[in-house]
Design a protein around this ligand. Structure first.
Ligand code: SF4
Ligand code: SF4
Length: 310
């Protein structure tokens, strides 16, 4: 049993298991136009992993059976998979609530030509990742492309996102657990003031995600020789009150090759589902998977630190 699983067991043994499947997270591939320092999947323009149209059809059939509250499309940059549009249309055509995660700059790539109006027509929600409200803050995590990200946000806003009913625009902001932080409410206030106040770009909610020591962020911490201190900081911030909200307890992650994972972080870290449950979408068994024991590991402390992580 991992240290995190022991901490969960001591606080609330029932939290060692999933309770239902409300969200199907679908990772359509690892290619991305960016290569962020905090990326738990180590995505970049060089990655070639990609979900095929056939696999997307299997995923959509599972969604038809499960009827989740949300199908959450992620990557990489999902915009760079040419079959993503087909998946979005298929899912929305079957009445599924769908959200697309975007890094905003991928919306400006040739592959994404016309995608924003398709998203708006299909009423697909958007979760836009924006790792900083200023140029310097943004460039520390991604690349000096703050202006392009802002342009992506502006185009979404011009299409009605964050303004019109049914065109939900949420923002995701990353934070390191070991930085002298501002409170969640101060971060939200700062982004709202900059984006909505100064630039006139309204949005719905903001999700604050604690950087998880997986993938490229793990490598970065090792390079900085701060991995142990980071993990210790997370352990010391363990808050049992976050356990009912752990994403893995109401979600399952489907990778580009159809394999199933507890969450996208476990996928990035290569931590498989527990033995004895279906591990591929072609064998999806709702009754078994919705109450599976979750495979916790050391990196899970990021999800239960302080106020929790979106
Ligand atoms: S964090 Fe997001 S935008 Fe950055 S490399 Fe990873 S998938 Fe791409
Ligand atoms: S990293 Fe994944 S498995 Fe671990 S607590 Fe977070 S959501 Fe659950």
């Amino acid at each position: 049993m991992s240290a995190f699983a022991r901490a969960v067991h001591e606080s609330d043994p029932s939290a060692l298991r999933a309770v239902r499947i409300e969200t199907l997270m679908v990772n359509v591939g690892l290619r991305c136009d960016q290569a962020c320092a905090h990326c738990h999947q180590s995505c970049s323009p060089r990655r070639t992993e990609r979900m095929s149209a056939d696999m997307m059809e299997v995923v959509a059939s599972v969604a038809d059976d499960v009827r989740p509250r949300l199908v959450d499309i992620t990557g990489g940059a999902p915009e760079l998979n040419p079959d993503t549009r087909h998946l979005l249309a298929r899912l929305r055509g079957s009445g599924h609530p769908v959200r697309l995660r975007t890094n905003l700059t991928a919306l400006l790539t040739p592959e994404a030509e016309g995608l924003i109006s398709t998203l708006a027509d299909l009423r697909v929600s958007v979760l836009a990742s924006l790792p900083g409200a200023s140029e310097a803050e943004f460039a520390a995590e991604r690349a000096p492309v703050f202006a392009q990200a802002r342009e992506g946000l502006q185009r979404l806003s011009d299409a009605g996102y964050g303004r019109d009913r049914g065109l939900r625009l949420d923002l995701a902001v990353n934070r390191r657990a070991d930085e002298p932080g501002q409170s969640d409410s101060a971060i939200k206030e700062r982004f709202r003031s900059e984006l909505t106040g100064r630039l006139g770009i309204p949005f719905d909610e903001m999700v604050i995600i604690t950087n998880v020591a997986v993938g490229r962020f793990h490598e970065r911490l090792e390079r900085e020789r701060s991995l142990d201190a980071y993990l210790l900081r997370l352990r010391e911030s363990f808050n049992p009150e976050t356990l009912p909200r752990l994403a893995c307890r109401t979600c399952i992650d489907i990778a580009w090759d159809g394999t199933l994972w507890d969450c996208d972080f476990n996928l990035g870290r290569g931590v498989p589902l527990v033995e004895g449950v279906p591990r591929h979408v072609s064998e999806f068994d709702l009754a078994v998977l919705e109450s599976r024991p979750v495979r916790f590991a050391e990196h899970c402390f990021a999800c239960a630190a302080s106020t929790g992580s979106g």
